[in-house]
Every structure is written in structure tokens, then in C-alpha cells.
Design a protein around this ligand. Sequence first.
Ligand code: 1YM
Length: 642
Amino acid sequence: MADEKVQGNYDSSSIQVLEGLEAVRKRPGMYIGTTDVKGLHHLVWEIVDNSIDEALAGYCKNIEIVINKDNSITVKDDGRGIPTDIHPKTGISTVETVYTVLHAGGKFGGGGYKVSGGLHGVGASVVNALSSWVDVTVYKDGKINSIRFENGGHTVEALHVVGDCDKNRTGTTVSFKPDPDIFDTDIYDYETLKTRVRELAFLNRGLSLNIRDDRDIEDTTGETFMYEGGISEYVRFINQEKTPIHDDIIHLEGEKNGVFLEVAMQYNTSYNANIYSFVNNINTHDGGTHEDGVKRALTRVINNYARKNNLLKEKDESLKEDDVKEGLTMIISCKHPNPQFEGQTKGRLGNSEVRSLADSIFAEGFERFLLENPTEARTIINKSILARDARMAAKKAREATRKTDLTTTNFFGKLSDCKSKDPSVSEIFIVEGDSAGGSAKKGRDAMTQAILPLRGKILNVEKARLDKALGNEEIKTIITAFGTGIGDYFDLSKLRYDKIIIMTDADVDGAHIRVLLLTLFYRFFRPIVEAGHVYAAQPPLFRIMHGKTRKYVLDEKERDAYLASLPSTVKYEIARMKGLGEMDADELNETTMDISKRTLRKITVSDCVAADKIFEKLMGDEVEPRRQYIEEYAYTVENLDI
Ligand code: 1YM
């Protein structure tokens, strides 16, 4: 890499430097993943990471992030300031070196990411290469030092002193403007930045992060995130709308062989696990050895305690990982000097030595907690035992559903399957109510479109364990129709339809059914959602008639646009469509089902924490906020953002 060969000769080294930055501009994806909004936001984290590293080294307490009016970004910290002296290898200032010399082993190049030292500042040169301009200001030794780069990292003027400052003032301020030639968009999203800033505050306790949007004239102070309790407060935040079964959040930490592990956890009354793990502040969404070690220890320690205290008798079946995870919210944060990230999206920690380190650090702390808190221990173990019983009952029920295949007469009564057995062209419409179901059956293309009418409301799975859900007729029918099975038997490759289309009325009841279905899919068929197979049909809201013309429009906006396009002399009639049941088969086909004319909206899983919160709000115990929320948001499925 360039920095190995630099000779201390300014001219020859600067040529190599620019070649390095040019390589980044040629293949930005190699360095920041993508050049869409995600990549745009990534630049911010590359700079913020340097401030966080400075905080982890113990020198920085405050970080500020500003979205400027022109969508440029400013990041400011009160660390030591990037060194301003001449770098021995490059012969130029260290600040300029950090911003122009491409370091080896970027995060996407397969190399590691160091918590401190070593690869420090890796991303700065990448940001410089991909920006129209970068300004770096360093406060150090009573001097204000400044350097500016333009046009993908060309130094405009070498580092120079621009003024004096208080001797005690230290820190680094970096502003940059992403190059519009590189990125598909140049508009920053405040919420996206804020969510990650808050997460960084949870993950680095005591560190204060402020974010401000200067495009918004009302926002003068921004928002500050600082959590003395760190990841414990993260657990409390996630559990906000849930009901915990013990008051205190369990917080454990330890260090072995330079690997630091911190875990915070609390059980709630729900049946789902929310486990999020991080390595060096990076979300390991596919888990890895740190997560494996903790889960293994959790299962073992609970079983041991339960046996020792006779909560599990000799003849009783042991608790499995799934049982002890039920209703568990847990954050695992690992700091590792040399992490190896694996998997396609580099979302899994691979270092094998971490498994037993994490296991023993967690086991020690958790064992002590159980010994010192026998009431909580009992509560947690009783919940796990109930989960085990439900699991065993569900297994029986599941085996029963597996046996019900498509030849069951009861089942055939409900599903009007399509003729094609080729999943790649088949679709299933899940339709609200029998009358709409009838029209849909008549209006469909029987070759590729199957219709499943839903009679009653389907069960709210947020409030039911798997065993109960599997006893529900409507859910059983859906499982059988999809063909994938469920739980341990789930197999995405067996999915019988390429598109699962939810077709409900554009009213509150329709929205409610849609949310119940989405909850069901999200909890039990998440891979189907993740693979992009789930859609919501968009039946029209208005019918406009004039002369012999019949025009259907999706919403008010389309209606107004269409009316504006008509000559002023035209007489027209507008009808608001009340429901799917009101349309005859032809109308339904034309407006909602015909592949060439309909509008579908894809349902995606984007942010699990956010999704879970929305579902809690929608499905939680309190009825009134739920109804209001549904009325307000659920019609536009995209607002659900699951
Ligand atoms: C707004 C961005 O880059 N802060 C920052 C960066 C560095 C230091 C302090 C720093 C590190 C060290 C010593 C060290 C960096 N230094 C380097 C390098 N904020 C921002 N704050 N003194 C200061 O690691 O020893 C790279 S980043 F390489 F020059 F040391």
C-alpha cells in the first residue's frame, strides 16, 4: 500500500498519495459499501469513529455532529487533536497524512478495525477522496491549525496556523461535503444520523454526543445523548413499552486477554427475544462467537441453578436456549483489539477464542447475580419453564399441522389455489371477508393467482405463544397454504408463491387486519418478509366517471391531479370506494389484481428495534393509543416501516 513506499520526498509521495485516493474514487464501493444514501451516511461514521476512538483512549468527552445548511457535515470533538507535527515517513504533517494516505485494511477490505492505535484514522482519507472539499481544524498547544482539501483530496494549502486559542483547549473539527459526482444523493437524513448517534451514546457510557440540523431553522440546540448507565439504559429504552418481570437491569462486565465484554439484560412478559450484539460499536447482526458464548453460558447457568434449587426435578427435561431467551432483551458489547468479521455482510464475529472468553465472563457474573437475587432467579426460571412447556406443546401441534396437507377438505374450502405449481409465477391474495373473496375469485387469473379469504380476525400473535397461534384456524390455513412450515421446520425454498399479497379495505378494520397479518409474518415468517415476498395491494379510493370513461385513482392527490387534467367543460361524478366488497369482479381485477394495472407496495423489514416498538404500540395492552395509531398510520403501509 502507498504508505509503505512513501520516501519522504514530497513530490513523489504526493503522486502516490493521489493515486491512492483516485483508486477510492474509482471503486468507492470497495471502501464504503455503496454510493447510495447509505454510503453518504457512512462518511459521517468514518469521521465520528476517529472521535470515538479518541474517547475510548480516554481523551475525549464531547462530540458534536452538525448537518449544515448545504448538506455538508461538521464533526467536532474535544480530544487531543490530530498530531500536527511532521510525519517521519511522509515528510508532511500528520494531519495531512491521515487525510491523504490510504491506509491498508479498510473495513470493507477484509481487514480489522482497531479500537485504539494501529489502524487509527483509516477512514479519513476515504472521506477526503469522496468529498468536494474537506476542512480540518486542530486546536492544540494554544494554536489553531487548519488545512483544506478540494476535489477528492487535493491539498489546497498545507497545514498552517490560523490563530491562537486557550492553551487548555484541544480538539479536532472536521467539515466535509460529499462529492455529488460520486453519490446518488446529497441529502442527509436527520433521523438516520440521530438513531446511530443515540446508539453510540448507549454503547459508550458517559460520552456526550450532540446532533443538530442547521437546515432546520427551528433547531438551534440539537439533541444531546449521554448515558451514564450505558447499555443498561439501552435495555431500558428497548423495554420501554414492554412489561419487565424484574425491576433491575442485570449488568455484567469483565476483561480477559485484552477482550472486554459487557452485557446488559432484562426479561419482560413478551415471548420474543431482542438480542443485539456489537463489536467495537459495530452491530454484529449475524451474531458470532461473542454472542454464542453468552447464550451458551446463559443456558447452562440457568439449568445448573434450576437443578441445584430443585426448580427442575431430575426427570424434567432441561431448558433449551430458546426457552431461556423467551422475553429476554439483551445487549452484548464486545471490545476487541483485532476482530475478524465474517459472513457476506461482515456481520458476524469470527474470532474463535472469544467464544470461551465470553462464556466465562458472562457465566461468572450471571451466576453471582442469581445467587444474590433469589427472587429474580426464580421469576426468570419459572418463565423459562413455561416457555419449555409451550415449546413441547407447540412441537406436537406443529407435527399435526405438518400432516394437514392441501388435500384436507376443510382446507380446500377456504383456499382457491392457482393452477400453476410454479412458485415463481404464483401469487396468493389474502383477502378480507367472504364477499370480497368471492369477487376476487371471479376476477382473478386462475392460472397464477390463488385467493385465501379470511373470515374472522386473525389471532394477535404478539399476545400468544406459538402453541396457541398454531391452534388458530386462520393461521393454520396460512401456514399450510404457504408450504414453508414454521419454527424448526421452516424452509423458505418450499414457499409456494412468489408474492403474498395482503388485500384489505382502506379503512380502520382493514388496517387492523393488515397489521395483524404483518405481525404474524414478522414473528413467524420473517425470512419471507426479508426476501421481499410480502406486498400490500392498493385498492383505489375514488372512482371518477365522465362520459363513458371510468377512472380509478389511489388517493386524493391522484384524484386532484386527474381532475385538473380534464377540460373545464367536462361533467364528472366522483364516488368514494367504500370497500373491496363493493367492487364487482371486473372492477376488482382491473383496479387491484391485474398485473399490468395494479399498484403493489412491498413490505420490508428495515429496523428491528423500530419495528418492534411500532408493533408494541399497535399490539400492546392499551387499546386507545393503538386504535388511534392504526387510524393515523396503518393505511399507508410504508409508514409502518416494519
Ligand atoms: C472530528 C474527527 O479525528 N479526532 C482525533 C483523531 C486523532 C487523535 C485525536 C489522536 C490520536 C493519537 C494521538 C493516537 C487521530 N490521530 C491519528 C494519528 N476527530 C478526530 N483526535 N493524538 C491524537 O492515536 O496516538 C489518526 S486519527 F494517526 F495521527 F495518530
